[in-house]
Ligand binder design. Structure first.
Ligand SMILES: [Zn+2]
Length: 291
């Protein structure tokens, strides 16, 4: 029997960040086979998702990119290399998003209009990226984490889609939380929460309209040898915790909330349906106001 639908349940957008989790290129490639498992899982539930692919991987695995597209999903860019925007300059970023868009478009024949920064690194210090993305033909960004977070964070940003002053849409990561406690809705955070706790949080505080859930191929990889991930340091073992239970959690989320269309297909209907929050206008010192 399907789970009882929580009150105020909005369909969830399923997104996948396709990145390479190996510490060293001499290790065997693992992301491709697990991405295929995800494609089968989406097919069996008639879900069309958004796949944010690292540009270099599109060059390395062109057949995987065309397979994702041929199975009805949206392809978007997860930067050219998996580097946070805080480590980049605008000119290099422009070059990377232009190159990534071109490579994926050449493979699939479909326009790439979406971008997600590695580790949610669209933060007050990197807002120069918003104009670059719009100028390079992107229609939306899906990077903002509107809550406090150990990596990058943008507390104070709206938790539902909004537009930046230049018109670029922001359809960021949904927040999983209750009261003042929040975490990005995906990856490590849903792996670590036991299913009953996850159900409780999501039932009490369902994701906002347009909310995205994100996963990575390695979140499901039971056979990946352990290694120390520099970003996580001593917390690296957490990146391997809860992998076995993730399929079951996705199943529950899908049954309880349903699935939205890929992000690109939501932009028009979200505008018409009044889903977008007021534009977000960062001030000179990056404090946020809404108009
Ligand atoms: Zn990533």
């Amino acid at each position: 029997m399907p789970p009882k639908r929580p009150r105020r349940a909005n369909p969830v957008t399923f997104t996948v960040d396709v990145e390479d989790h190996r510490p060293d290129p001499s290790w065997p490639v693992r992301y491709a086979s697990i991405t295929h498992q995800l494609l089968d899982w989406f097919d069996s539930r008639a879900i069309a998702a958004t796949f944010f692919v690292v540009g270099e991987l599109a060059v390395e695995s062109p057949a995987l990119v065309t397979e994702i597209a041929s199975r009805g999903h949206e392809l978007a860019l997860h930067n050219w290399r998996h580097e946070p925007l805080t480590a980049m300059r605008p000119a290099q970023f422009r070059d990377w998003v232009r190159r990534g868009k071109g490579v994926i478009e050449d493979l699939t024949g479909a326009e790439v209009v979406g971008f997600r920064a590695p580790t949610g690194s669209v933060v007050p210090e990197t807002l120069w990226c918003i104009d670059v993305l719009a100028e390079e033909g992107y229609l939306y960004d899906s990077s903002v984490v509107p809550t406090r977070n150990p990596l990058y964070q943008f507390p104070g940003a709206p938790q539902q889609p909004f537009r930046w002053p230049n018109g670029l849409a922001e359809v960021g990561i949904a927040v999983l939380g209750i009261g003042g406690i929040g975490a990005p809705f995906g990856g490590t955070y849903i792996r670590l929460l036991p299913l009953p706790v996850l159900k409780f949080f999501l039932t009490m505080n369902p994701p906002a309209p347009g909310g995205s859930l994100y996963v990575h191929p390695h979140d499901f990889d039971l056979d990946e040898p352990r290694w120390r991930v520099p970003d996580a340091g001593r917390l690296s073992p957490l990146l391997w915790a809860g992998r076995r239970s993730l399929w079951k959690k996705l199943d529950w989320i899908h049954q309880a909330f349903g699935a939205s269309a890929p992000l690109r297909d939501q932009l028009h209907t979200a505008d018409q349906g009044g889903v977008f929050h007021d534009p977000l206008v960062p001030t000179g010192n990056a404090r946020l106001t809404t108009t």
